[in-house]
Design a protein around this ligand. Structure first.
Ligand code: FMN
Length: 155
């Protein structure tokens, strides 16, 4: 199995850390968003789209990138980190977009992570120490579930 993760982790690299944890237990290639154009998405069994949450959803450029894809990956997954960790809502926009374009979203993951935006920076940020080992464990369990779901769907 070949997995690709396209990660837009501009604030503090929090979401990149989550992707790197996943790659320790899965055949996952990671690219940052800026280099995503160098990868042929059709060469992967499933493509993950991940990033920090900025003003309620994933980075606008990432959303635009997916909107413009002529062929979305048939199988995808979505992940994020944010101050609140409310990923069920925050991943929604990307999931909806992928599904509207015909992709089967195999899973959605998110967790709280350090935020130093604006006034939060004054106290050194909120969610200090996150993502932590529990978050990495949860991310690794998640990618395991994504692979399992893919195998089940391909039967
Ligand atoms: C400009 C900006 C806007 C943000 N907006 C939100 C938000 O709407 N909701 C939230 O929960 N966290 C918000 N955050 C916190 C980030 O989502 C959080 O720090 C995330 O882990 C950043 O991920 P990254 O380091 O991978 O970019 C915001 C952070 C920044 C810098």
């Amino acid at each position: 199995m070949k997995l690709l993760a396209i990660v837009c982790s501009k604030h503090l690299g929090n979401t990149m850390q989550i992707a790197e944890a996943m790659a320790e237990v899965a055949p996952l290639t990671i690219t940052d968003f800026e280099n995503a154009k160098n990868y042929k998405l059709s060469e992967y069994d499933a493509v993950g789209f991940g990033g920090g949450i900025y003003a309620g959803s994933h980075d606008k450029e990432l959303i635009k990138f997916i909107s413009k894809l002529e062929n979305v990956p048939p199988y995808s997954f979505v992940f994020s980190t944010s101050a609140t960790g409310n990923y069920k809502k925050q991943n929604g926009r990307l999931i909806k977009l992928l599904e509207e374009k015909g992709s089967t979203v195999l899973g959605s993951f998110g967790c709280r992570a350090l935020c130093k935006f604006f006034i939060f920076a004054l106290a050194g940020g909120v969610n200090k120490g996150r993502p932590n080992t529990d978050d990495f464990d949860a991310a690794q369990a998640f990618i395991g579930q994504v692979m399992q779901k893919y195998e089940e769907m391909k039967k």
